[in-house]
Design a protein around this ligand. Structure first.
Ligand SMILES: *Cc1c(COP(=O)(O)O)cnc(C)c1O
Length: 370
């Protein structure tokens, strides 16, 4: 076992009072599957321990015949300093979907516990909860898309195990007031507070990631992803940052080889190209501002919500008609017009300059026709 991976049964990482109050009781006593790569961690030798195909693989390269590093040690070693955390505060999942599901399964007893969601927000929190037969309590954001703090605090009870806060929020694009998040962190004594920062790279200057607060709040979990700013949605690689103790639990309950070798190799490659990521973010921010300006000149656009993400939420006179007419011209956006507090709105991802020009062209024609 490498020193990077906290296991809850390590004396080095005693189960904190907080963690034992939030975890499902049986989870705290689980022993992980011990893989071949756990029992012998050297890299040199004749490996006859994992029933791999020693002759190669049925691909043109002949590669990928060996199981990948179950703990993704090399990625964590590069990623942790970039994020200002320790490697043992990092969990990597098959997309953010995997930590979302594992966090619910680690903490929520089916049919007994609940999670709190703040709609309009990302759909996967509810999907994972329902899949696990976990009750979902919804507290709508205020009309300006901030936390309704008294209502959120009132919704949290002893059976609440996770509060999901998405900041910048999808689909509204705005940051959630940090002071309000602090109050939730302080109040949630037996619940995790997950801040989903999938869009953090696009957030305006002065905003710092909640990862900086991990040492202060044992109940804080931060999610980020390689799917947006890094441009690697096809890889399926999500990041979860939390206390070493909670990360240790996620490591125990994850499928042993959850991150494939090609994914690990490409993630390492990406981490050597931070400047390229930053450039794409800068370019996207310029495009976002131009797109917002130009959308603002269309007669059927009522409102463009301020965005700290790589998309714009836009209210149209007749969103459903605009959505259908865009599709006829093979321009596909997300129709959010039936979502509470997003009435009349389409969510438009900031595209390449050519894609944005095409979108605006079609929207202009639609505006003239209507
Ligand atoms: C896109 C997105 C993610 C990323 O999900 P992956 O499974 O990592 O691709 C996570 N949270 C929110 C709110 C998102 O919009």
């Amino acid at each position: 076992m490498t020193t990077n991976d906290a296991k809850p049964n390590d004396p080095q990482y005693p189960m904190t009072t907080f963690l034992s109050s939030v975890l499902r009781p049986h989870i705290a006593t689980l022993t992980p599957y011990s893989s071949a790569r756990d029992e012998y961690t050297g890299t040199e030798g004749v490996f006859l321990d994992a029933n791999e195909n020693a002759l190669g693989s049925a691909t043109s390269s002949g590669q990928y015949n060996r199981y990948p590093d179950p703990h993704q040690t090399a990625i964590k070693a590069k990623l942790a300093p970039l994020k200002g955390v320790q490697p043992n505060q990092v969990f990597l999942g098959n997309g953010s979907d995997e930590p979302i599901d594992l966090l619910i399964r680690a903490t929520c007893r089916p049919g007994i516990d609940n999670i709190v969601l703040l709609p309009p927000t990302y759909g996967m929190y509810e999907v994972s909860a329902r899949l696990n037969d976990v009750a979902v309590r919804k507290v709508s954001l205020t009309p300006d898309y901030q936390l309704d703090l008294p209502a959120v605090l009132a919704a949290i009870d002893a059976q609440t195990k996770v509060v999901w806060i998405c900041s910048p929020n999808n689909p509204t694009g705005n940051l959630i007031d940090p002071a309000a998040i602090r109050q939730v962190l302080d109040a949630a004594k037996t619940a995790l507070v997950v801040v989903d920062e999938a869009y953090i790279d696009f957030a305006g200057p002065g905003y710092t990631s909640w990862t900086a607060q991990l040492g202060t709040y044992p109940n804080l979990v931060v999610l980020q992803t390689f799917s947006k700013a890094w441009g690697l949605a096809a890889l399926r690689l999500g990041m979860c940052f939390a206390s070493p103790e909670l990360i240790g639990v996620l490591n125990v309950i994850k499928p042993p080889y959850n991150i494939s070798a090609p994914t690990q190799a490409l993630a390492l490659d990406a981490l050597d190209h931070v400047a390229e990521k930053e450039q794409m973010v800068a370019d996207t921010l310029i495009e976002r501002a131009q797109l917002a300006d130009q959308l603002g000149t269309l007669p059927n656009v009522q409102h463009i919500f301020p965005s700290d993400a790589n998309f714009l939420l836009v209210r149209f006179d007749d969103a459903d008609a605009v959505f259908e007419q865009l599709i006829e011209q093979k321009v596909i956006v997300r129709n959010r017009s039936s979502v509470t507090r997003c009435e009349g709105c389409l969510r438009i991802t900031v595209g390449s300059p050519a894609e944005n020009a095409r979108l605006l062209d079609v929207l202009q024609t639609i505006a003239v026709l209507n």
